[in-house]
Design a protein around this ligand. Structure first.
Ligand code: MLT
Length: 251
């Protein structure tokens, strides 16, 4: 049956799952929020071989979901790795992407040093488990303000990383290190785009996101104060206000 509300597809980052969007889903009751777990994340099955993971595979699974739900076209909102998957959807099914929200993400592929970092983190996940991955990523992913003053968010993010399956973490790291450069896509984007950056994002710094927004015709740029890499969880009210402002122009 066709959906009665307009759809928005939320794509989580690494190493997170659908729960990272809970504040947006709660706020956008007039939208049909599709909030899947990517392969190997959350409750989704995790194939053991890292070669089974790529941005193309993640996108393929999402296209299957859109087909099953009979979604002809949708707003796509991706955070970080979710943004890389959103670019892949733009490559594979441009006619079904109605608008894009690019949160805390970038278009460039990994440089050689970044790839070495992926390999080291995969090794750590294999030898020491998801808890060790959380130890490394939580301080990088959250803003100084969140780390000092918002222990609920710190605990939630840590718990979300700790519950991820090691095979899914290692597979995602393979997909991340092998992902293509999406920068050549930017100049050709013809749908409305909102770019959401965090003032204290160490992983995808705001300056690079502003440049990315400039490279997309007509893109809107919003800087979220006191947010690190997880702005939808760290500053949900500000992110929801930006999302609402953007989405209301689409309906
Ligand atoms: C993410 O949040 O998805 C990751 O930080 C992506 C990345 O490391 O490139």
């Amino acid at each position: 049956m066709a959906m009665s509300k307009p759809p928005i597809l939320f794509i989580h980052g690494f190493p997170f799952d659908h729960a990272m969007w809970r504040n947006q889903v709660a706020a956008l009751s007039e939208w049909e929020c599709l909030v899947p777990d990517l392969q190997g994340a959350g409750f989704a099955p995790a194939p053991p071989s890292p070669d089974a993971y790529s941005m193309a595979v993640y996108a393929r699974d999402l296209i299957e979901l859109l087909d099953e739900r009979r979604v002809e076209s949708t707003v796509v909102c991706g955070l970080s790795m979710g943004g890389y998957v959103a670019f892949e959807l733009l490559r594979q099914i441009p006619q079904r992407v109605r608008a894009m929200v690019l949160c805390n993400t970038k278009s460039a592929a990994d440089a050689p040093e970044g790839k070495r970092g992926r390999d080291a983190l995969a090794e750590k996940a294999r030898s020491a488990g998801a808890g060790a991955v959380a130890d490394e990523l939580v301080p990088k992913a959250l803003s100084p303000r969140t780390l000092a003053q918002d222990q609920n968010v710190v605990r939630d993010v840590r718990a979300m990383i700790e519950r991820q399956q090691v095979a899914g973490i290692v597979g995602a790291l393979h997909a991340l290190r092998e992902r293509p450069d999406s920068t050549p896509l930017l100049a050709g984007i013809r749908v409305p785009v909102l770019v959401v950056a965090g003032s204290d994002d160490q992983i995808t710094p705001a300056a690079g996101m502003r440049e990315m927004a400039h490279a997309i015709s007509g893109a809107q740029f919003t800087l979220i104060q006191d947010a690190g890499h997880l702005s939808p969880l760290e500053q949900p009210a500000a992110v929801n206000a930006a999302l609402r402002g953007f989405l209301k122009k689409l309906v």
